[in-house]
Design a protein around this ligand. Structure first.
Ligand SMILES: [Zn+2]
Length: 492
């Protein structure tokens, strides 16, 4: 008995001591508790950072299913993408400092600098006073070569967060000037949206970049002929699509691809001090804003092809290379599954689409200009819907939606209704175009909930030196912190 009392009081003393010891330490922050961003291993010489704008799990899964249908008649065939088989997979939260639904400026700031900010702010804090340094700026300072590649204009939010710091992502002229000031070695893909400022009265930013030592190439031949002796490069094709972006891959034909620009970048940037290259699949987001699944999956495939160029390089330098692939947020509220198709999908149906919504919009505009506001007839379009979208079996409900949207498309865009019903139906897009992709996507079993972004978490895939750090669940700011730590750059 006495022994038991002794044992009890001994235990009490130990427990009390433990409580005292634990409470003596300050409470750990709950945010990111348990996230390991510290890295003490070998540093990679070559770092690839692939960001699929608007690319969440639905875009990735849809592309895997779509790719499977291309290579087999079996509707249950699904083919992995190059990065979905990477050995390290994690998940990142995407909210910005002021909303659960981030924009690309705030998400890009987190992914490039490791800091949260408000939507619309680029590489600065929410008070717009403090400039956050990006990993690309740090890598350049350390002596590595730096490349920034995007399928949208190179002054767009995601590429810009790596070299610019602006209170608004819309300060496009200032962003273009920062591009020339960056000293980065390779900019490629889309062009500039505002090289002479909003009033077109400022000195051309490209001329200023030229004076700072950049060689500017704007034909496909010149891009492909570039060599290491050409120095610092700004490369884009003269044949740009709307908003100074590259074409959607579904419309690209034989023009330079995102993979071509990535391959050329590797060739130009390779040097004894190593390189950092960010490649953005920027038009995945744009196709999702417009709720166009066929154009989306084709652009994810183009992005995947660019990643394959990095993997070909990785195969030669497996012990010196890190490849990280992620998205900045999901766009469109895309999903695999639609009320009308319940438990089935028919992705082979979107394979029949042979042009993007953007190209289809041009045909609708021509028709509007020809027939006038009251001259539309759905019959005129049935052969086009069949030939370019594979839409042959239309129900009465489909036809009534198409007829209404065609009538709406015949109204001058400036005079169109902006009421709730018009926005929910068409989201500000060409009514007949967005209704056509909605109907086609729904028949394939693909649903959409919004014309904007959504707030869901996004997968992260990593392979190579330090890749194991990307396993687990963390914030988007941690993605940047992990890459910085792995590269030996100081997050500050
Ligand atoms: Zn984005």
């Amino acid at each position: 008995m006495q022994k038991r009392v002794k044992w009890l009081s001994f235990s009490l003393v130990i427990v009390t001591l433990l409580v005292l010891i634990v409470s003596a330490f300050p409470k750990q922050e709950i945010v990111n508790a348990g996230v390991e961003n510290g890295y003490y291993g070998k540093k990679p010489k070559y770092v690839f950072y692939f960001i699929g704008d608007g690319m969440g799990m639905p875009q990735i899964t849809s592309t895997e299913i779509f790719k499977g249908t291309l290579s087999s008649n079996n509707p249950m065939n699904k083919e992995s993408l190059s990065f979905t088989v990477f050995p390290n997979v994690g998940i990142q939260t995407t909210h910005s400092a002021n909303t659960f639904i981030t924009d690309s400026a705030a998400a890009g700031t987190a992914l490039a600098t490791g800091y949260k900010t408000n939507n619309n702010i680029l590489g600065m804090d929410p008070t717009k006073q403090i400039k956050f340094r990006s990993m690309a700026e740090m890598a350049k300072e350390k002596g590595m070569k730096v490349g920034i590649v995007s399928s949208v204009s190179i002054d767009h939010a995601t590429p810009a967060v790596f070299y610019a710091h602006e209170a608004s992502r819309k300060n496009l002229y200032e962003i273009a000037i920062s591009l020339g000031d960056s000293g980065f070695d390779y900019f490629a893909g889309g062009g500039l949206l505002s090289p002479t400022g909003p009033k077109k009265d400022k000195p051309n930013a490209l001329e200023i970049a030229k004076q700072k030592g950049y060689k500017i190439v704007n034909t496909q031949e010149d891009v492909m002929a570039l060599t290491k002796n050409d120095g610092k490069i700004i490369a884009f094709s003269t044949e740009l699509a709307a908003d100074s972006a590259m074409q959607y891959d579904i419309d690209r034909k034989d023009r330079v691809s995102l993979a071509d620009y990535t391959k050329k970048g590797i060739e130009l940037l390779d040097n004894p001090n190593g390189f950092f290259m960010m490649v953005e699949g920027g038009k995945i987001d744009w196709a999702c804003h417009a709720n166009d699944a066929a154009t989306t999956v084709r652009d994810v495939m183009a992005f995947d092809n660019a990643i394959m160029e990095a993997l070909a390089f990785y195969a030669k330098h497996p012990n010196e290379t890190l490849i990280v692939v992620t998205g900045d947020h999901e766009t469109g509220g895309m999903t695999v599954g639609f009320a009308g198709t319940q438990y089935e999908t028919f992705y082979n149906k979107i394979n029949k689409q042979t042009l993007s919504f953007e190209e289809f919009d041009k045909a609708i505009k021509n028709y509007r200009d020809t027939v006038g506001p009251n001259g539309a007839n759905l019959e005129d379009w049935l052969p086009v819907l069949s030939e370019r979208f594979g839409l042959t079996e239309l129900s009465d409900y489909d036809k009534s939606r198409l007829k209404d949207s065609l009538a709406a498309s015949m109204i001058d865009p400036k005079k169109r209704s902006k009421n709730e019903q018009a926005y929910l139906l068409y989201g500000g897009y060409e009514p007949f175009s967005v209704t056509t992709t909605h109907i086609l996507n729904q028949k394939a079993g693909i649903g959409w909930t919004t014309y904007a972004h959504t707030g869901v978490a996004i997968p992260v895939y990593a392979q190579g030196i330090g890749g194991e750090l990307f396993q687990g669940s963390y914030d988007n700011t941690d993605v940047a912190k992990k890459i910085m730590n792995i590269m030996g750059l100081k997050f500050q």
